[in-house]
Write a protein that binds this ligand. Structure first.
Ligand code: DAK
Length: 257
Protein backbone atom coordinates (compact mmCIF):
# COMPACT_ATOMS: atom_id res chain seq x y z
CA UNK A 1 0.00 0.00 0.00
CA UNK A 2 1.43 3.40 -0.92
CA UNK A 3 1.99 5.71 2.04
CA UNK A 4 2.14 9.12 0.44
CA UNK A 5 -0.35 8.90 -2.43
CA UNK A 6 -3.99 7.94 -2.64
CA UNK A 7 -5.37 6.47 -5.86
CA UNK A 8 -9.01 6.43 -6.93
CA UNK A 9 -10.88 5.58 -10.14
CA UNK A 10 -13.68 8.18 -10.21
CA UNK A 11 -14.62 7.63 -13.88
CA UNK A 12 -14.09 4.75 -16.31
CA UNK A 13 -10.57 5.00 -17.72
CA UNK A 14 -9.51 7.73 -15.28
CA UNK A 15 -7.22 7.52 -12.26
CA UNK A 16 -7.07 10.27 -9.67
CA UNK A 17 -3.76 10.40 -7.78
CA UNK A 18 -3.74 12.58 -4.67
CA UNK A 19 -0.47 13.50 -2.96
CA UNK A 20 -0.92 12.95 0.75
CA UNK A 21 1.84 14.31 2.91
CA UNK A 22 0.02 17.21 4.55
CA UNK A 23 2.43 17.59 7.47
CA UNK A 24 5.12 18.68 4.98
CA UNK A 25 2.87 20.42 2.42
CA UNK A 26 3.32 17.41 0.11
CA UNK A 27 7.10 17.90 -0.10
CA UNK A 28 8.34 15.37 -2.62
CA UNK A 29 10.45 13.00 -0.54
CA UNK A 30 12.10 10.11 -2.36
CA UNK A 31 9.49 7.62 -1.17
CA UNK A 32 6.63 9.79 -2.43
CA UNK A 33 8.33 10.18 -5.82
CA UNK A 34 8.93 6.43 -6.00
CA UNK A 35 5.25 5.76 -5.27
CA UNK A 36 4.16 8.29 -7.87
CA UNK A 37 6.52 6.88 -10.52
CA UNK A 38 5.30 3.34 -9.76
CA UNK A 39 1.66 4.43 -9.98
CA UNK A 40 2.22 6.06 -13.36
CA UNK A 41 4.05 2.94 -14.57
CA UNK A 42 1.03 0.90 -13.52
CA UNK A 43 -1.34 3.34 -15.28
CA UNK A 44 0.90 3.15 -18.34
CA UNK A 45 0.69 -0.64 -18.42
CA UNK A 46 -3.07 -0.78 -17.83
CA UNK A 47 -4.85 -0.55 -21.18
CA UNK A 48 -8.07 0.52 -19.45
CA UNK A 49 -6.45 3.64 -17.98
CA UNK A 50 -6.75 6.45 -20.49
CA UNK A 51 -5.87 9.54 -18.44
CA UNK A 52 -4.51 10.42 -15.01
CA UNK A 53 -5.30 13.42 -12.83
CA UNK A 54 -2.78 14.39 -10.18
CA UNK A 55 -3.60 16.73 -7.33
CA UNK A 56 -2.53 17.75 -3.83
CA UNK A 57 -4.37 19.40 -0.96
CA UNK A 58 -6.14 22.78 -0.70
CA UNK A 59 -3.04 24.37 0.85
CA UNK A 60 -0.37 22.77 -1.31
CA UNK A 61 -0.10 20.88 -4.54
CA UNK A 62 3.52 20.28 -3.50
CA UNK A 63 6.02 22.59 -1.77
CA UNK A 64 9.01 21.14 -3.60
CA UNK A 65 11.69 18.60 -2.86
CA UNK A 66 11.93 17.54 0.76
CA UNK A 67 14.41 20.05 2.15
CA UNK A 68 15.15 17.93 5.25
CA UNK A 69 16.05 14.98 3.03
CA UNK A 70 18.13 17.25 0.78
CA UNK A 71 20.07 18.52 3.78
CA UNK A 72 21.34 14.98 4.41
CA UNK A 73 22.76 14.51 0.90
CA UNK A 74 26.33 15.50 0.08
CA UNK A 75 27.79 15.81 -3.42
CA UNK A 76 28.16 12.04 -3.86
CA UNK A 77 24.62 11.53 -2.53
CA UNK A 78 23.29 13.99 -5.09
CA UNK A 79 25.42 12.36 -7.80
CA UNK A 80 23.77 9.00 -7.08
CA UNK A 81 20.37 10.54 -6.38
CA UNK A 82 17.58 7.92 -6.83
CA UNK A 83 15.11 10.75 -7.45
CA UNK A 84 16.57 11.34 -10.92
CA UNK A 85 15.23 7.99 -12.17
CA UNK A 86 11.83 8.62 -10.55
CA UNK A 87 11.57 12.02 -12.23
CA UNK A 88 12.54 10.52 -15.59
CA UNK A 89 9.78 7.92 -15.29
CA UNK A 90 7.22 10.57 -14.31
CA UNK A 91 8.18 12.86 -17.20
CA UNK A 92 8.06 9.96 -19.68
CA UNK A 93 4.44 9.02 -18.90
CA UNK A 94 2.86 8.61 -22.35
CA UNK A 95 -0.83 8.99 -21.45
CA UNK A 96 -2.50 12.34 -20.75
CA UNK A 97 -1.56 13.69 -17.33
CA UNK A 98 -3.67 16.51 -15.93
CA UNK A 99 -2.61 18.51 -12.88
CA UNK A 100 -5.28 20.05 -10.64
CA UNK A 101 -3.39 22.62 -8.60
CA UNK A 102 -4.43 24.40 -5.43
CA UNK A 103 -2.17 26.31 -3.07
CA UNK A 104 1.62 26.13 -3.37
CA UNK A 105 3.30 24.54 -6.40
CA UNK A 106 6.92 25.37 -5.60
CA UNK A 107 10.28 24.02 -6.71
CA UNK A 108 9.81 20.33 -7.53
CA UNK A 109 6.06 20.95 -7.15
CA UNK A 110 6.13 23.44 -10.01
CA UNK A 111 8.35 21.04 -11.96
CA UNK A 112 5.80 18.29 -11.42
CA UNK A 113 3.11 20.63 -12.78
CA UNK A 114 5.27 21.11 -15.86
CA UNK A 115 5.39 17.33 -16.40
CA UNK A 116 1.61 17.47 -16.79
CA UNK A 117 -0.03 18.00 -20.18
CA UNK A 118 -2.98 20.08 -19.00
CA UNK A 119 -2.97 22.27 -15.90
CA UNK A 120 -6.12 23.38 -14.09
CA UNK A 121 -5.43 25.81 -11.26
CA UNK A 122 -7.58 27.03 -8.43
CA UNK A 123 -7.47 30.82 -8.37
CA UNK A 124 -5.43 30.77 -5.13
CA UNK A 125 -2.62 28.62 -6.59
CA UNK A 126 0.96 29.95 -6.48
CA UNK A 127 3.71 28.79 -8.81
CA UNK A 128 7.38 29.34 -8.11
CA UNK A 129 10.96 28.08 -8.30
CA UNK A 130 12.40 29.22 -4.95
CA UNK A 131 15.52 27.01 -5.09
CA UNK A 132 17.75 30.09 -5.42
CA UNK A 133 16.86 30.93 -1.80
CA UNK A 134 18.50 27.64 -0.78
CA UNK A 135 21.65 28.32 -2.80
CA UNK A 136 20.71 25.81 -5.50
CA UNK A 137 18.91 25.79 -8.85
CA UNK A 138 15.91 23.77 -10.08
CA UNK A 139 16.91 20.13 -10.55
CA UNK A 140 13.93 18.41 -12.17
CA UNK A 141 13.66 20.35 -15.42
CA UNK A 142 12.69 23.74 -13.99
CA UNK A 143 15.21 25.77 -15.95
CA UNK A 144 14.40 24.01 -19.22
CA UNK A 145 10.64 23.45 -19.12
CA UNK A 146 9.83 26.78 -17.46
CA UNK A 147 11.67 28.76 -20.13
CA UNK A 148 9.88 26.82 -22.85
CA UNK A 149 6.52 27.34 -21.11
CA UNK A 150 6.65 31.01 -20.16
CA UNK A 151 9.53 32.48 -22.18
CA UNK A 152 12.87 33.86 -21.08
CA UNK A 153 12.03 37.05 -19.14
CA UNK A 154 9.51 35.50 -16.76
CA UNK A 155 11.49 32.25 -16.37
CA UNK A 156 14.57 34.31 -15.47
CA UNK A 157 12.55 36.42 -13.05
CA UNK A 158 11.10 33.37 -11.29
CA UNK A 159 14.31 31.34 -11.11
CA UNK A 160 16.66 34.21 -10.23
CA UNK A 161 14.43 35.86 -7.60
CA UNK A 162 12.61 32.79 -6.31
CA UNK A 163 9.40 34.83 -6.24
CA UNK A 164 6.19 32.94 -6.92
CA UNK A 165 3.49 34.06 -9.36
CA UNK A 166 -0.29 33.90 -9.08
CA UNK A 167 -2.54 31.47 -10.93
CA UNK A 168 -3.79 34.33 -13.11
CA UNK A 169 -0.22 35.34 -14.03
CA UNK A 170 0.68 31.68 -14.67
CA UNK A 171 -2.27 31.35 -17.01
CA UNK A 172 -1.36 34.51 -18.93
CA UNK A 173 2.18 33.18 -19.26
CA UNK A 174 1.15 29.75 -20.56
CA UNK A 175 1.85 27.60 -17.52
CA UNK A 176 -1.83 27.01 -16.73
CA UNK A 177 -4.59 26.12 -19.18
CA UNK A 178 -7.64 27.02 -17.10
CA UNK A 179 -8.52 28.64 -13.77
CA UNK A 180 -11.41 27.64 -11.54
CA UNK A 181 -12.58 28.41 -8.05
CA UNK A 182 -10.38 26.27 -5.77
CA UNK A 183 -13.16 23.82 -4.89
CA UNK A 184 -13.74 22.95 -8.56
CA UNK A 185 -10.17 22.41 -9.80
CA UNK A 186 -10.20 18.64 -9.30
CA UNK A 187 -13.72 18.27 -10.66
CA UNK A 188 -12.83 20.22 -13.82
CA UNK A 189 -9.64 18.18 -14.27
CA UNK A 190 -11.64 14.96 -13.91
CA UNK A 191 -14.19 16.21 -16.42
CA UNK A 192 -11.42 16.79 -18.97
CA UNK A 193 -9.86 13.41 -18.17
CA UNK A 194 -13.22 11.67 -18.67
CA UNK A 195 -13.65 13.46 -22.00
CA UNK A 196 -10.18 12.34 -23.13
CA UNK A 197 -10.83 8.79 -21.88
CA UNK A 198 -13.77 8.53 -24.29
CA UNK A 199 -11.62 9.39 -27.33
CA UNK A 200 -9.68 6.99 -29.57
CA UNK A 201 -6.69 5.91 -27.42
CA UNK A 202 -4.20 5.56 -30.28
CA UNK A 203 -5.10 9.02 -31.59
CA UNK A 204 -4.74 10.48 -28.08
CA UNK A 205 -1.36 8.85 -27.66
CA UNK A 206 -0.01 10.06 -30.99
CA UNK A 207 -1.51 13.54 -30.49
CA UNK A 208 0.36 13.88 -27.17
CA UNK A 209 3.57 12.59 -28.70
CA UNK A 210 3.28 14.97 -31.66
CA UNK A 211 2.54 17.98 -29.44
CA UNK A 212 5.51 17.18 -27.21
CA UNK A 213 7.72 16.94 -30.29
CA UNK A 214 6.89 20.59 -31.01
CA UNK A 215 8.70 21.57 -27.82
CA UNK A 216 11.92 19.73 -28.50
CA UNK A 217 12.52 19.58 -32.22
CA UNK A 218 12.69 21.85 -35.27
CA UNK A 219 9.55 22.60 -37.30
CA UNK A 220 10.44 20.41 -40.29
CA UNK A 221 11.07 17.34 -38.09
CA UNK A 222 7.91 18.03 -36.09
CA UNK A 223 5.81 18.30 -39.24
CA UNK A 224 7.35 15.07 -40.54
CA UNK A 225 6.43 13.31 -37.28
CA UNK A 226 2.87 14.66 -37.49
CA UNK A 227 2.54 13.42 -41.07
CA UNK A 228 3.71 9.90 -40.14
CA UNK A 229 1.45 9.78 -37.08
CA UNK A 230 -1.51 11.01 -39.11
CA UNK A 231 -0.86 8.34 -41.76
CA UNK A 232 -0.51 5.61 -39.14
CA UNK A 233 -3.94 6.42 -37.72
CA UNK A 234 -5.50 5.89 -41.17
CA UNK A 235 -4.98 2.17 -40.57
CA UNK A 236 -6.99 2.03 -37.33
CA UNK A 237 -10.51 0.74 -36.81
CA UNK A 238 -11.15 3.68 -34.50
CA UNK A 239 -10.64 6.12 -37.35
CA UNK A 240 -13.23 4.23 -39.45
CA UNK A 241 -15.56 4.19 -36.45
CA UNK A 242 -15.08 7.93 -35.80
CA UNK A 243 -15.90 8.88 -39.37
CA UNK A 244 -18.83 6.42 -39.59
CA UNK A 245 -20.28 7.64 -36.29
CA UNK A 246 -20.14 11.23 -37.56
CA UNK A 247 -21.94 10.28 -40.74
CA UNK A 248 -24.56 8.25 -38.83
CA UNK A 249 -25.01 11.12 -36.34
CA UNK A 250 -24.25 9.00 -33.26
CA UNK A 251 -21.50 8.99 -30.62
CA UNK A 252 -18.42 6.99 -31.62
CA UNK A 253 -17.53 3.83 -29.72
CA UNK A 254 -13.75 3.65 -29.76
CA UNK A 255 -11.98 0.38 -29.03
CA UNK A 256 -8.30 1.28 -29.08
CA UNK A 257 -7.46 -0.56 -32.28
N1 DAK B 1 10.48 20.23 2.44
C1 DAK B 1 10.26 19.76 3.69
N2 DAK B 1 9.33 20.27 4.54
C2 DAK B 1 8.59 21.32 4.11
C3 DAK B 1 8.77 21.87 2.81
C4 DAK B 1 9.75 21.28 1.94
N3 DAK B 1 9.97 21.68 0.69
N4 DAK B 1 7.90 22.89 2.68
C5 DAK B 1 7.21 22.96 3.82
N5 DAK B 1 7.62 22.02 4.69
C6 DAK B 1 7.15 21.77 6.05
C7 DAK B 1 7.63 22.84 7.01
O1 DAK B 1 8.95 22.59 7.44
C8 DAK B 1 6.59 22.73 8.12
O2 DAK B 1 6.94 21.62 8.91
P1 DAK B 1 6.96 21.75 10.53
O3 DAK B 1 7.90 22.86 10.84
O4 DAK B 1 5.51 22.06 10.87
O5 DAK B 1 7.40 20.38 10.98
C9 DAK B 1 5.32 22.39 7.36
O6 DAK B 1 5.74 21.86 6.09
C10 DAK B 1 4.44 23.60 7.10
O7 DAK B 1 5.24 24.58 6.46
P2 DAK B 1 5.32 26.09 6.97
O8 DAK B 1 5.12 26.18 8.44
O9 DAK B 1 6.59 26.66 6.42
O10 DAK B 1 4.04 26.71 6.25
P3 DAK B 1 3.82 28.21 5.81
O11 DAK B 1 2.39 28.31 5.41
O12 DAK B 1 4.33 29.17 6.83
O13 DAK B 1 4.76 28.41 4.49
C11 DAK B 1 5.66 27.73 2.34
C12 DAK B 1 4.46 27.68 3.34
C13 DAK B 1 5.36 26.81 1.19
C14 DAK B 1 5.79 29.18 1.83
C15 DAK B 1 6.96 27.34 3.11
O14 DAK B 1 6.74 26.10 3.76
C16 DAK B 1 8.14 27.17 2.20
O15 DAK B 1 8.75 28.15 1.75
N6 DAK B 1 8.52 25.91 1.91
C17 DAK B 1 9.71 25.61 1.16
C18 DAK B 1 9.49 25.83 -0.31
C19 DAK B 1 10.73 25.56 -1.11
O16 DAK B 1 11.78 26.18 -0.94
N7 DAK B 1 10.65 24.61 -2.06
C20 DAK B 1 11.73 24.29 -2.96
C21 DAK B 1 12.53 23.14 -2.39
S1 DAK B 1 13.94 22.75 -3.41
C22 DAK B 1 16.15 17.18 -8.11
C23 DAK B 1 14.79 17.22 -8.31
C24 DAK B 1 14.04 18.24 -7.74
C25 DAK B 1 14.65 19.20 -6.99
C26 DAK B 1 16.01 19.16 -6.82
C27 DAK B 1 16.78 18.16 -7.36
N8 DAK B 1 16.96 16.13 -8.72
C28 DAK B 1 16.26 15.04 -9.37
C29 DAK B 1 18.36 16.15 -8.62
C30 DAK B 1 13.83 20.22 -6.38
C31 DAK B 1 14.28 21.05 -5.44
C32 DAK B 1 13.31 21.81 -4.66
O17 DAK B 1 12.11 21.74 -4.86
Amino acid sequence: MPRFINVQAPHPGVRLVTLQRPEALNALCTELLAELAAELASAEADEHTRAVVITGSPKAFAAGADIREMAERDLVGIFNDPRVAHWQRIAAFSKPLIAAVNGYALGGGCELVMCADIVIAGEDARFGQPEINLGIIPGAGGTQRLLRAVGKPLAMQMVLTGEAISARHAQQAGLVSEITVPELAVERALQLAASIAAKAPLAVRLAKEALLKAGDTDLASGLRFERHAFTLLAGTADRDEGIRAFQEKRPAQFKGC
